[in-house]
Ligand binder design. Structure first.
Ligand code: KG4
Ligand code: ZN
Length: 345
């Protein structure tokens, strides 16, 4: 069992063709080729367009990652690939490329969970143990609070969104505000010129009865409706105030429930992961609330929060160094998988 395996990770679950290389917990290369501009005019990711873009970008991305890290394919100890959840056609491109590499190089292949890899990327930024930790996983497709005892195999979902994911809410409101796609970074930027206390938008599942029955679940559909109604009824409102007040409503609930999960489980560590973890106000408010409550906060750098290949390589590296059995060559891609299944059998 190698303690610092050299792993190449491939990520193609959505619109980023990403290849990362890590040695143990050290990041050596992180190449990302995004097809986001091809989807922007449709206001969302078009699966067929994404799959074709992955096919075109895959080989150049692998070549660039090898060049950036100064290694050759034969140096690798293993290959990791996102096997789900995600767009099935997009996942298949990554899984095929990874299986071909593993077979040709005769190296182990690890099919890994995209959601667990978002959390695993945390190990690339410090040397402390990751677990135990609470993870607030907030991306374009998922929003959940996780209790992570072992990121390669012991993850419990404490709660999740009942409707939209946090990133999806950002994307939908950005569209209503005419900001463009993807909406998260655009609202983040627009909100800087606004007053976050200008409009008191609702905080889903935070009132007494729901907070008791669903303390760790989220709901953003009521907020979305409230923002849309406000925009229709108040045409003269300042857009930046709406952005800032909407963003505040989202990050207030996310951080409040994450802190509560830490307190109830007695776990004094919180990792915030996924694309929405790049949000500047979420990072700021989480920092304040964690400090007040004596919780150690870990937020990967923004470039490692949105989809990337380094996170996939990081989880593959943790799986290999902890002696996990590799996945089968030709591992089956699956569009919908619970986060508890971190590594494919
Ligand atoms: O993790 P990710 O890159 O892809 C998925 O696995 O879904 O997350 C993408 C989501 C998008 O909804 C995007 O709008 C959101 O993350 N996002 C942000 C920010 N940067 C990306 N949301 C809020 N603020 C940001 N700065
Ligand atoms: Zn993601």
């Amino acid at each position: 069992m190698k303690s610092e395996p050299l792993i190449l990770g491939i990520e193609t679950s959505c619109d980023e063709t990403a290849v990362g290389i890590v040695r143990g917990r050290t990041l050596l290369a992180n190449v990302i080729s995004s097809s986001v501009e091809e989807h922007a005019r449709f206001g969302g990711v078009v699966p067929e367009v994404a799959s074709r873009a992955h096919l075109e970008a895959m080989q150049p991305a692998i070549a660039q990652a090898l060049k950036d890290s100064g290694i050759s394919l034969s140096d690798l100890d293993g290959i990791a690939v996102t096997a789900g959840p995600g767009l099935i056609g997009a996942l298949l491109v990554g899984v095929s490329a990874a299986s071909a590499l593993a077979l040709a190089l005769d190296k182990p292949l690890f099919g890994v969970n995209h959601l667990a890899s978002h959390v695993a990327v945390d190990v690339l930024t410090h040397t402390k143990p990751l677990e135990p930790t609470i993870a607030l996983l907030v991306s374009g497709g998922h929003s959940s609070l996780l209790k992570v005892s072992d990121i390669t195999g012991d993850i419990t979902a404490l709660g999740q969104t009942m409707d939209d994911a946090a990133g999806e809410a950002f994307d939908k409101i950005a569209r209503v505000l005419g900001l463009g796609f993807p909406g998260g970074p655009l609202i983040d930027r627009d909100a800087k010129a606004g007053d976050r206390n200008a409009i008191a938008f609702p905080r889903g599942l935070t009132q007494a009865p729901e907070m008791l029955s669903r303390p760790f679940d989220f709901s953003f559909s009521g907020l979305k409706t409230a923002v849309a109604r406000y925009i229709a009824a108040t045409p003269t409102a300042k857009r930046a105030d709406i952005s800032a007040s909407f963003q505040e409503a989202v990050v207030d609930v996310l951080t409040m429930k994450a802190i509560r999960a830490c307190k109830e489980t007695g776990i004094e560590s919180l990792v915030i992961a996924g694309g929405v973890a790049a949000n500047s106000r979420l990072r700021e408010l989480a920092g304040e609330r964690c400090a007040t409550n004596g919780i150690e906060l870990r937020t990967p750098p923004p470039a490692l929060c949105t989809d990337n290949g380094a996170m996939v390589a990081a989880l593959g590296s943790l799986a290999m160094s902890s002696g996990r059995k590799p996945s089968e060559i030709g591992v089956a891609a699956e569009s919908s998988v619970p986060v508890s299944r971190a590594i494919w059998a």
